[in-house]
Design a protein. Structure first.
Length: 154
């Protein structure tokens, strides 16, 4: 569980180095063929891991969608990532779409802190955003303590 709000996510995305590292690691983990691009199948495997469409989550009583509906949805998501319509998603396309997704999440979170359950096994952009904020706060506190100590020693 982490506590975050939209500003937590926006700050993580704004830190180009931290965000690029996180997205790069996720891309590498998804690129099972090590081809430098994500295929439709590689991206779909990751999306399926969220189990949003199998009808099993969040007490859903509706029947699971039909396989053709699921395939159409995954194809639509893939097309969002594949900006140049090459049939594969390169690192830049993946980064750009993840940036858009994360900023949309930030907008949805708003300014009220929320407690969010995240996968702590790695690969969670929200967990990484919360850790990024915690590190920034710790660095600020350390800098303030150092400044106070320097002032006291003068």
């Amino acid at each position: 569980m982490v506590v975050l709000d939209g500003s937590t996510v926006r700050a993580f995305v704004a830190d180009e180095a931290a965000f690029a590292h996180s997205v790069g690691a996720r891309f590498a983990a998804l690129d099972s063929h090590r081809g430098g691009v994500l295929s439709r199948a590689e991206l779909r495997r990751d999306l399926e891991s969220f189990r949003l469409l199998d009808g099993a989550g969040f007490g859903c009583t509706r029947p699971a969608p039909l396989p053709a509906e699921v395939a159409a949805l995954y194809d639509a998501v893939f097309e969002q990532f594949d900006a140049d319509h090459s049939g594969a998603v390169d690192r830049a396309e993946f980064r750009d779409e993840m940036r858009r997704i994360m900023l949309a999440v930030a907008e949805g979170l708003g300014s009220q802190p929320l407690q969010v359950a995240v996968d702590d096994e790695g690969g969670s952009f929200l967990l990484e955003a919360a850790e990024h904020e915690a590190a920034a706060i710790a660095a600020k506190v350390d800098a303030e303590r150092k400044a106070e100590a320097d002032t006291a020693n003068k």
